[in-house]
Design a protein around this ligand. Structure first.
Ligand SMILES: [Zn+2]
Length: 90
């Protein structure tokens, strides 16, 4: 569970935060207020994983292609989940 920017309690489910993107809202289970992530924070968190997956397109080694794609998917999920801050939705 992640901390809600409204009530400061752990009211945001991890799965909901993992699939959050700008324009989608997460509802706090404690106070029922909504929050989201901002476009700049989301984009910044998505860049490293996306770069790895683009790099996989240009590698000759099949093993390296798999490694870059798996690493890229892991980063695309983990970085927004743990590092993109939640903000109050207006
Ligand atoms: Zn809350």
């Amino acid at each position: 569970m992640f901390r809600c920017p409204h009530c400061e309690k752990s009211g945001i489910q991890a799965f909901r935060k993992a699939i959050l993107s700008p324009g989608l809202l997460a509802t706090c289970q404690s106070c029922k207020q909504t929050s989201s992530i901002r476009y700049t924070g989301w984009l910044t968190a998505m860049l490293p994983g996306t770069a790895l997956m683009i790099g996989a397109l240009f590698t000759e080694s099949e093993t390296m292609e798999w490694a870059l794609n798996i690493g890229g998917i892991a980063l695309v999920i983990a970085l927004p989940l743990f590092f993109a801050p939640l903000h109050k939705a207006d």
